[in-house]
Design a protein around this ligand. Structure first.
Ligand code: NAP
Length: 342
């Protein structure tokens, strides 16, 4: 498009340890003209989540590693600004894997599929990027369908102040469970107890997690909803009760480990305590999404389910947003408003 520049982030280097902004370069190229059957999308918002770290490291569940010099992967919402496609109109809001850039082209399926987005169950459109989207479904389905809570169960949740974790904590309270959360600073721990009403919180960065767990859960735990893996998973396995359910949702503590993942040492407790440890991948449960969204929306409308967004502005902020997510400096779902002020 004449006189229009597209700012995009490319991978400059693969980090040897912790990710930094220096691992990316901001470059500018021409905004392409869409051909017949294609649309031009202007990125509105990018969602920044922990597994993105694997795109510049181990590959992991997000697939192959982005080569140096290529644009960084990323998903979000965008607006169609030119349409040569019969199924899409100018002004449609779509979701897709646009990458870390301001403008992108798609034919609806390639180089990435796009899907028209509408508000779900009456909630604001932005919530389709978290509580009324895959993260909300992950919390709801992972907790109700897989962990199968019973009133009185003792539930432990890691990354408890994060997008998925904070929803699980609240669902567990609504289900009559005792809930203990693990988070990375005191503000988050206070929020979990004072705002979300859970029964206790552990700051894993400044305490002995194993000792704190024994103090807060002297009878052990019935459910562990694991978002972080690593040593915290091991501490949880140490205190599982008979027939406990350990639900493997994520392993954020390992996404920077690049191949040398920490494996659990206490897994043998699963055997004589007849407990289960089960992983799940949310996109294999799509048929359950509508039910999850309806129920989550009902709880939001009743004032019984809260969520936070942590929003940075501008394409320039995208790498620092990912660094922030990996260091735990964010508070709530990390979004970057690429083409609108928050
Ligand atoms: N199975 C599935 O289908 C599925 C679907 C969606 C998400 N997931 C996974 O679920 C997990 C949670 O996802 P989310 O989107 O809700 O992310 P999130 O929990 O909101 O992620 C950000 C938080 O992760 C915590 N964190 C960062 N580095 C950490 C580390 N080294 N050790 C422990 N905690 C760390 C930080 O909180 P603190 O300040 O508390 O450290 C940070 O604020 C992720 O692992 C994600 O990959 C899985």
């Amino acid at each position: 498009m004449a006189n229009m520049k597209n700012a995009k982030w490319v991978v400059k280097s693969h980090p040897e340890a912790d990710l930094s902004e220096d691992n990316f370069d901001l470059i500018y190229d021409e905004v392409p003209e869409p051909d017949a059957g294609q649309v031009l999308i202007k990125t509105k918002t990018l969602v920044i989540t922990p597994p993105l770290r694997m795109a510049v490291g181990s590959g992991g569940i997000t697939g192959s590693v982005v080569p140096v010099g290529d644009m960084m992967r990323g998903t979000g919402q965008g607006e169609i600004i030119v349409s040569n496609h019969p199924d899409f109109s100018v002004g449609d809001v779509v979701s897709g894997a646009f990458g870390w850039q301001e403008y992108s082209i798609s034919d609806g399926k390639k180089p990435f599929p796009i899907e028209k987005i509408e508000a779900r169950a009456g909630q604001p459109l932005n919530t389709t990027m978290h509580i009324m989207g895959a993260s909300g479904a992950t919390a709801y389905i992972g907790f109700y369908d897989l962990a199968k809570p019973k009133p009185g169960d003792i539930v432990l949740v890691s990354a408890a102040a994060g997008t998925v974790g904070s929803i699980v904590c609240q669902l567990a309270k609504h289900s009559g469970c005792k809930v203990i959360g693990i988070a990375g600073n005191q503000v988050k721990c206070d929020f979990l107890v004072n705002e979300l009403g859970i029964d206790g919180a552990i700051n894993y960065k400044n305490s002995d997690v194993a000792e704190e767990l024994k103090a807060l859960c002297p009878k052990g735990i019935d459910i562990y909803f694991d978002n972080v893996g690593g040593e915290i998973l091991d501490h949880a396995l140490d205190i599982i009760r008979p027939r406990a359910r350990v639900i493997l949702c994520g392993a954020t503590s390992q996404y920077e480990a690049d191949g040398s993942w920490y494996g659990p040492k206490n897994y043998f407790n699963l055997v004589y305590r007849e407990a289960i440890m089960q992983g799940f991948y949310i996109f294999n449960y799509r048929d359950r999404f509508p039910d999850a969204y309806r129920r989550l929306s009902d709880l939001i409308n009743q004032g019984a389910l809260k969520y936070n967004e942590d929003i940075l502005d501008g394409i320039e902020s995208v790498p620092s947003a990912l660094v922030q997510v990996l260091s735990g400096e964010n508070f709530g779902t990390q979004l970057v408003n690429v083409s609108q002020e928050s």
